[in-house]
Design a protein around this ligand. Structure first.
Ligand code: GTR
Length: 327
């Protein structure tokens, strides 16, 4: 949904893009979108990238991060980025799942053994190939950011086994893979934009959702959904993409600077992320969240139908094998 506030921000953005298109040497401010609040690690990391670019181009290229979903909810911003109305987008992999089949793979339940494993995979050949896949969709894949591990939370009771989830209404991201994941656990999946989850929890439209510590905390979902059960079922990474239309306006040297600054922002993101995860966990616990750990094996066993449905062609099978082979 495009509100009046979004429209005003977009109209301003299009004007700046028009100016930058005509004069390469002039100063350019790239507009980047993020649904998270101003102090969130993803927002800070893109700002850090902007600072590097600003320094390295002596102020010719800057980035302005429109945080807190000022430019819209994630799924709605994809097309705007493809068309060049938004220059850059920090977004989770899940909203791309239906558009780019390979993005399902790193979002798959229990595909990574640990955060270290995920970082190695996304930093290596699997990650590089996946970044290239965005180009067919008018986007330049710049970098992957961490998103920790996602766990289920709800307002009813602690989840210990898949049977505890039977019949629960669980919000998922707008991705068929996440719908299948939740359905395989016997719950009812309700795809919904992130910004609508708090009131849906509050009014009982849904019983729960799933996310990492920082999102559970920053959205204050813990106030209306206090049982957080550590299933850690998905490490679906974040991705930073740029509109190909915007990217193509730069010469090769500037394009290389943009790509390098994005890659360098990953280390900054990880540093901020690790600190924020701990701080958020402490904050939600102090705020009344009831946290329980679970035995993962029954959840892992329940995921076979998800793999059968989404790891279909040879390319995707190879990708899964390549991820598993990374030590
Ligand atoms: C967060 C992620 C967002 C978005 C959100 C959601 O962890 O950073 O990009 O995917 O979850 O659940 O919609």
């Amino acid at each position: 949904m495009i509100t009046r506030r979004h429209f005003a921000a977009l109209a301003g953005a299009a004007f700046i893009t028009g100016m930058s298109a005509s004069a390469q040497a002039q100063n350019v401010t790239l507009r980047s979108t993020d649904i998270h609040p101003t102090d969130y690690p993803t927002v800070e990391a893109v700002r850090h990238m902007g600072k590097l670019l600003d320094e390295r181009t002596k102020g010719r290229i800057k980035i302005n991060v429109f945080h807190s979903a000022q430019l819209g909810q994630e799924k709605d911003t994809i097309d705007q980025t493809r068309f060049g109305v938004i220059d850059m987008n920090r977004i989770n992999m899940a909203p791309f799942n239906n558009l780019i089949p390979a993005t399902n793979i790193p979002s798959l339940p229990f595909i990574f053994r640990s955060v270290d494993h995920m970082r190695k995979v996304m930093d290596g050949a699997v990650g590089d190939n996946l970044l290239k896949d965005f180009e067919k969709h008018d986007l330049i894949g710049l970098a992957f950011y961490d998103s920790g591990s996602r766990s289920f939370y709800n307002s009813k009771k602690a989840i210990n086994t898949p049977a505890d989830m039977k019949g629960m209404k669980i919000r998922v991201q707008q991705s068929d893979m996440f719908v299948a994941l939740v359905s395989a656990l016997g719950a009812n999946a309700t795809p919904m934009p992130f910004g609508e989850v708090y009131s849906a929890l509050q009014t009982g439209v849904i019983d729960g959702a799933e996310n990492n510590w920082p999102s559970y905390e920053s959205t204050r979902h813990f106030e209306v959904s206090k049982f957080y059960s550590m299933t850690e079922h998905s490490l679906s990474p974040e991705v930073l993409v740029m509109s190909k239309k915007s990217f193509d306006k730069f010469n090769a040297a500037d394009q290389a600077l943009i790509k390098a600054a994005a890659k360098e922002s990953v280390a900054k993101m990880r540093e901020l992320w690790d600190a924020r995860e701990k701080a958020s966990e402490a904050k939600v616990k102090a705020g009344g969240a009831q946290v329980n750990s679970i035995e993962k094996q029954p959840f892992i066993d329940a995921m076979k139908p998800v793999y059968d449905k989404f790891v279909t062609d040879p390319k995707l099978k190879e990708m899964v094998a390549a991820i598993q082979a990374v030590k």
